[in-house]
Ligand binder design. Structure first.
Ligand code: ARG
Ligand code: GLU
Length: 722
């Protein structure tokens, strides 16, 4: 019997509606970090379809306050949001980490114990921390690219572009608190200008102890399900007139043009989410040979070098609490990329990224082959990529070794770079403030342990010797190379260097005269580093750069062709540390056969994970007590659980940390802080099935501030809607 015949029309309609709402949105909606000024043209329909109640002007407007005025570029590469009318900034704990560390010592360890200002007087100024507000952005392609294509010589093109950008920057920069930048998008097919206001008096207001703010530590980093209370708070100060200024005790909290409302209340799977912030870098239009290079050469090489560095640091950090603080921030920084690349390799191979790219390339080639003029313009692109990458890979691999071992391998090599710049500037007769150099040295030595570093240097040099042909070494390394790996050769080398001694180095700087130059250049470590640099640059780097530029030119043409192929459809631009909007939904996922992750975590998970014997999982006793009391107040879900984190399908990347996650009305529901392991390939390829961002539920933030820290002064100044 055919049951279909008995199905009523009513039932058919409901079924149709059910299917219509549950069909996943096209991946286009979720993929991409969109440019605020192009939302109207490209995205508003998608956004409305998803349920957003905002207009493009609510998000970005230069004449009236809009959401953009509540989002800042925090420090050098994070995002923060303004959450009160008194310049209160919310960002991640890991974004505030270096600042909190800088204010910490063994006796007063703010990282470990947390910090709360119960009044504005108690807030701590953070030297050299700044936040930037975007005043406006503008497409300046017409100005920058005018007549460029007519120039056949690429270096002439580059010169002209640079000239035009410099002229714009000069025209719009008015004082030390205005920053103007002109940046390419779509690989130089378009240019945008950005004007920022920079605030330089930023103070620490609150940070939970690391046992909350970094709960799960590097073990859980990049992993879902997640239970990290990754937030910290700062305040922007300005002159009484609201103008940006350097630190002054007379400054007052900034009354910014806009601040976000904070929304309490239940979240559900499927709820729309919008992330606004400063994603740093994605490369979504790379061809298959480039993906293969990342997957098979760069990521594995960087991982293996960092393996060595991290394990060496960790050993000493575990033994000595002083080293533990000194190396905390460096360790987290180094481990972060190291782990992300492992996830990316996993994702790229599991989801056959290279084959998928090849498939797209076939479609592209078929499109090109449809018309003779396309063949003439674009027919060579894919084969050019093949031969260029073929030539490029060995240079790229050496560059990776250089970056990871020479440029930022041992700490002392970084010190050498500071000193090298100093004598170089002096040689050129430039004015150098010695006290600025001394400041840099103080910062360096504060987090430096010669014994640990000699150990790292020794091990890294062994790796360099094993992997790099002697012709790229330099003479000094050649000599040293005989001893590499033998006994404590690195410590012996170290002990001959005056750089190990902070007083000696500082006095060298203070008394520096031209004739003292030799003292530095003949220092065994400085000399070694200097020669490694020089030899590498002359034997490999120039050629590396040369091929890279050819690749960029081909990439630019490729993206232009792809755009043409795409017709009127929205075409996303890769991230470039400028303000972007991405949208998606709260969504669980299916990382592999038989496994499903729900998109929510709660305090119960913190309790279950907590173990006093494992550093990463030592939840504070007070938090556990609060869990047992279940005294969550307005922050709890209806079922009585306290939410901690959720994951969603927004396309995000490094730099989006601290970004506000907004609901359909533009109210704050969470703070972005990470991505899921299975989807960290999304910098190269976004797959809506597996790519998820990880978000701290704003209710957990408020709970920690209110019930854990008792900083009700902060709760009161925020605009909380129920
Ligand atoms: N993976 C996040 C990001 O890329 C968080 C890093 C900080 N947390 C940590 N456990 N190291 O920045
Ligand atoms: N934690 C990252 C950051 O610092 C965000 C995670 C990501 O890379 O998406 O920006």
């Amino acid at each position: 019997m055919d049951c279909k015949r008995y199905v009523s029309l009513h039932w058919v309609i409901s079924l149709f509606l059910l299917i219509a709402v549950s069909i996943p949105l096209k991946s286009r909606a979720e993929e991409g970090m969109w440019i605020p000024t192009l939302l109207e043209k490209y995205n508003m329909q998608d956004l409305q379809k998803l349920g957003f109640k905002l207009s493009a002007k609510d998000i970005y407007d230069v004449n009236h306050s809009s959401l953009k005025d509540a989002v800042v570029l925090f420090g050098g590469g994070c995002t923060g949001e303004i959450v009160s009318s008194k310049g209160l900034v919310l960002t991640n704990h890991h974004c505030g980490y270096a600042s909190i560390q800088a204010l910490s010592s063994v006796e007063n360890n703010l990282l470990k114990d947390g910090f709360w200002a119960y009044s504005q007087k108690e807030e701590l100024a953070v030297p050299s921390l700044k936040v930037r507000f975007l005043e406006r952005m503008e497409d300046v392609s017409q100005i920058v690219l005018k007549g460029v294509d007519a120039l056949k010589d690429q270096s002439k093109q580059k010169e002209l572009i640079e000239e035009r950008c410099d002229a714009l920057i000069k025209q719009y920069s008015k004082d030390e608190f205005t920053e103007v930048s002109v940046k390419p998008i779509l690989y130089g097919n378009q240019y945008f200008m950005y004007i920022y206001k920079i605030y330089k008096d930023v103070r620490l207001v609150g940070a939970p102890p690391s046992s909350i703010g970094k709960f799960g530590g590097d073990t859980d980093n990049w992993v879902w399900p997640r239970h990290t209370g990754d937030f910290s708070m700062f305040r922007i100060y300005a002159t009484k007139e609201g103008a940006p200024a350097n630190y002054s005790a007379d400054n007052v909290p900034l009354q910014s043009k806009n601040h976000l409302k904070i929304k309490l209340g239940e979240l559900n799977e499927g709820d729309p989410t919008m992330v606004m912030g400063y994603p740093g870098k994605t490369q979504l239009y790379l061809p298959s040979p480039a993906i293969s290079m990342y997957q098979n050469v760069s990521f594995p090489t960087r991982i293996s070098i960092r393996d060595l560095k991290l394990s060496t640091w960790k050993e000493s950090m575990n033994k000595d609490p002083k080293v533990d603080i000194q190396y905390a921030s460096k360790y987290a920084r180094t481990a972060n990329g190291w782990k992300k690349w492992q996830g990316a390799i996993l994702g790229l191979s599991r989801f056959h990224a290279i084959e998928r790219k090849q498939e797209q390339e076939k479609q592209f080639q078929a499109w090109v082959n449809e018309e003779p003029n396309r063949i003439a313009k674009y027919g060579h692109i894919l084969s050019d990529f093949d031969s260029l990458y073929n030539e490029f890979v060995p240079y790229h691999k050496r560059q990776v070794f250089y970056e990871e071992i020479v440029e930022r391998g041992a700490d002392i090599f970084e010190l050498c770079s500071i000193l090298n710049t100093f004598i170089h500037d002096k040689d050129k007769g430039l004015h150098v403030e010695k006290k600025d150099i001394i400041k840099k040295l103080d910062k360096f030595y504060k987090d430096y342990d010669p014994e640990v570093d000699a150990n790292v240097l020794g091990k890294l040099l062994v790796l360099y010797k094993q992997n790099i042909d002697p012709k790229y070494y330099g003479e000094s390394m050649d000599k040293v190379s005989r001893y590499i790996g033998k006994g404590k050769f690195a410590s012996r080398l170290y002990n001959k260097s005056f750089l190990v001694d902070s007083a000696a180095t500082k006095s060298f700087i203070r008394k520096y005269k031209r004739k003292d130059r030799d003292k530095l250049t003949s220092d065994p470590i400085f000399h070694l580093k200097y020669e490694m640099d020089q030899t590498y640059v002359f034997t490999s780097f120039f050629k590396y750069q040369y091929i890279k530029e050819k690749i960029s030119a081909t990439q630019k043409l490729y993206v232009k062709a792809l755009q043409e192929m795409n017709g009127d459809q929205p075409f996303m631009a890769d991230a470039n540390l400028t303000m972007r909007v991405s949208y998606g939904q709260i969504k669980g996922y299916n990382p592999k056969d038989g496994v499903y992750y729900s998109p929510f975590t709660t305090l119960k998970g913190v309790y279950q994970k907590s173990q006093q014997s494992i550093v990463d999982y030592q939840a504070p006793k007070k938090l556990i007590a609060l869990y047992k009391e279940k005294n969550y107040g307005v922050y709890a879900n209806k079922n009585g659980n306290l939410p901690v984190a959720f994951c969603a399908s927004n396309h995000t990347t490094g730099g989006n940390s601290g970004s506000p996650v907004l609901n359909v009305k533009g109210e704050l529901i969470g703070v972005n802080f990470d991505r899921c392991w299975d989807g960290t390939m999304s910098d190269l390829m976004f797959d809506p099935r597996f790519c998820r961002n990880i978000i701290l539920d704003v209710r957990y933030v408020l709970f920690v501030i209110d019930k854990y820290a008792g900083a009700t002064n902060l709760i009161e100044e925020m605009d909380i809607v129920e």
